[in-house]
Write a protein that binds this ligand. Structure first.
Ligand code: AMP
Ligand code: MG
Length: 362
């Protein structure tokens, strides 16, 4: 793994007693729907002399939540402004929905090694590492399959097997060449990559780096299902919610974390249904069809980039094969919810009190 983790996180975590949720964390507003990119809602919670400043808005196609604890609102706003600017910068580099460094790289597939920025080379190298560790379940070259499963289409349809097979010929992360000495990446002709399964985690790592550089001791960065928590919230662990994958708006477990990342992937955010079957945004690179491994996968560890890639792969692999990999990874834990709603916990979470089954009644 690349050394993307930061000091406080690399030094190890302090996990409190893991338990099931009793209620939404006190004093927190419910998660608001996605806003326009420029709109940011700012709120303050005070506890004695300390205050928690919270910013919410939209970035990278999802909601963000930034929290910083200190004594001076203006100073916390200054820091959160820098943190948000960093998230937006990462979005601009890694987006595939408008011109970016990544789209320029994709356009030059088949033209030999292409010079890229250090961070693009590193995130692609980490993605390849996630691919290697998960036996190809995480594969950033899955992208030619994506238009075949268009969950945004007003009339979704299933693709023909011929189209799936044609796209699958362009899927193989092992054929990407990354040179970290010269910061180049080479894609075979016809290939294109999408870092949607890992770039949010990278954004969260970078945003937390800004918090640390600015001397913040307690704060949190969340973008969609990707979270990194620094220090504590008014002396207590941060409580990170895992959503019930089948009951919108419900939380099925709260994870108390200190200096840790929590990344959740699932089949419930972006999908369409035909004849009662769900077709969603995580693709199994072995078959070309939406994955059927886990309805929700939460991976906990020191590095958000890495955990983000692994969490996506867990949705492909399912609880048994997935957990066998998690148990091999140092300082990484997981909560995997199988397609039957059964909850599988890694060895470090066995006595956590997390429920063994999610309630999937409609
Ligand atoms: P996440 O929310 O981190 O699980 O990422 C989901 C996103 O990852 C999707 O919207 C796609 O952009 C991308 N993706 C889908 N399937 C795969 C896969 N098998 N390997 C890598 N990335 C994928
Ligand atoms: Mg991911």
């Amino acid at each position: 793994m690349l050394p993307l983790a930061l000091g406080a996180f690399a030094a190890g975590s302090e996990a409190g007693p893991w338990r099931a949720p009793v209620a939404q964390a006190q004093g927190q507003a419910p998660v608001a729907p996605l806003r326009s990119a420029s709109e940011v809602t700012k709120t303050t919670i005070t506890r004695g002399d300390a205050l928690l400043r919270e910013w919410r808005g939209g970035v990278m196609g999802t909601d963000f939540q930034l929290e910083a604890i200190g004594v001076d609102v203006a100073e916390l706003d200054r820091i959160l402004g820098l943190v948000l600017a960093e998230l937006r910068r990462v979005e601009d580099v890694f987006t595939v929905w408008r011109e970016s460094e990544l789209t320029r790289l994709n356009q030059r597939a088949g033209q030999g090694p292409i010079a890229v920025s250090r961070e693009v080379a590193e995130v692609i190298a980490t993605s390849i590492e996630c691919g290697r560790i998960t036996g190809g379940a995480f594969d950033i070259t899955y992208f030619p399959l994506r238009p075949l499963w268009d969950y945004k289409s007003p009339v979704p349809a299933l693709p023909s097997q011929e189209r799936i097979e044609a796209a699958l010929r362009l899927v193989d992360y092992a054929r990407i060449q990354v040179d970290l000495e010269h910061n180049t990446v080479e894609l075979p002709a016809g290939f294109c990559i999408d870092l949607g399964g890992i770039a949010k985690g990278y954004g969260v790592d970078r945003a937390m780096r800004v918090m640390l550089e600015q001397g913040l001791e307690n704060g949190l960065v969340q973008a969609g299902g990707d979270t990194k928590a620094l220090g504590r919230k008014f002396g207590e662990s941060w409580q990170i919610a895992i959503k019930n994958p089948r009951r919108k708006g419900e939380v099925f477990a709260l994870l108390p974390v200190v200096n840790q990342c929590v990344q959740t992937s699932g089949d419930y955010e972006r999908f369409f249904e035909i004849d009662g079957q769900r077709y969603h945004h995580i693709i199994d690179p072995r078959t070309g069809w939406p994955s059927k491994g886990c309805m929700s996968a939460t991976v906990i560890g020191p590095d958000a980039t890495f955990c983000d890639g692994i969490a996506t792969a867990m949705c492909v692999l399912g609880p048994e094969a997935g957990m066998a990999i998690i148990e091999q990874l140092e300082r990484v834990e997981a909560v995997l919810v199988g397609m039957d709603g059964e909850v599988h916990l890694s060895s470090g979470l066995k006595r956590s009190g997390i429920p063994s089954q999610v309630d999937k009644r409609p």
